[in-house]
Design a protein around this ligand. Sequence first.
Ligand code: CA
Length: 421
Amino acid sequence: MITRRQFLAGAALAPLVIRSRTSAAERRPNFVFILTDDHRWDWLGCAGHPWFRSANIDRIAREGARFTNAFVTTSLCSPSRASFLTGRYAHSHGVKDNQTPLDPSIPTFAQLLQKAGYDTAFIGKWHMDNQEGVQPGFNRWIAPKGHGDYYDPTFNIDGEYVRIPGYNTDIITRYALEWLRLPRTKPFCLILAHKAPHGGFEPAVRHLKLYSDVEFTPRPNVYDTREGKPDYVRNAKRFERGTEEYEALVQRVKDYSRTLAAVDESTGRVLDALKDIGVLDDTAVVFAGDNGFFFGEHGLLDKRAAYEESIRIPLLMRYPPLVRPGSLIEPMALNIDLCPTFLDLAGIEVPRGVEGRSWRPILGGARAGGGPSFSTNTSATPRPRRDRRFAPSAPRGGNTSHTPKAAAPPSFMTLRRILSR
Ligand SMILES: [Ca+2]
């Protein structure tokens, strides 16, 4: 019987074996990383949502894989984004909140890909301490300062600020498509980082009436008892049907969904462009959210507490050389894994300090014995590590049809300190 240690040792060697035998994997893939903001794991058609439609995003899952146990190690915009980029926990990359810039001396996958000859672009929301201007690792840079605006946003375009009329999602998509279509001989890496569906939720005008007639059914834990919960949760506002607060919550849910409609259109256009220029199957396309969001669960809004709704994320990947269409990948995947995965697929050595692991073994169907665990953290928590404590458990309570099959056990869900904005 193979032990977990033996399995992981074998998995660590697997990339070398696959690369040496598989012609498709010998080619350096292009990368497109589409990142949404505060996008819940269950807010996708392919994840079983009862009324939210995401046909284009779902295409990535249908033609590739959906990770059913994907999490972020810190459920806040900037720390999570830095973790995706660097493969490190927040305590390691140092972006502990939204006011801390990413130290440019910590290598991102973009820096390493650029150094290895990739053409690289960052288009969208960077959002680390209002960090301005072109960041290391990108040949093309289009980003607002901080959050940016949904309408008529101002972007720093390769060093120059320009206010652009229109809707944020449409604008960054247009720039992304222009960049993708540039003639080039090098492989490329595009990060398309959406502001949507971050609050305040301002949908595109064409989507303002979308979902007007649907009924939002809260998860049962919106009405959980507070007994034994931390003060932070006990003191949170309850959402009772028929109240003004409840109606505001429903409006919030619908506007959130409407902002994502433009992201779905954008995703379809990106996939179509990749196909048009003949590189779709040579491109590893990853779609992820930077953290989840509370719609009243536990009495909470926002995402600054380590419950399932905030730390579980949507994660999809399309890359035919390694990912079978329609795959459901159950082993745990984390935001810190993206960086080593991209470097692995590009044949680039993963630098010291990276704490994530390449997804390559689990893309091919390997099961890591129930999956490793991880810790959510802030700068104040002890150094987290992955080990064997985690095992998927049954979902918490009955729920609507979009409850996932497996949820992290409550014992793992340590409520973390509220991060300041
Ligand atoms: Ca976020």
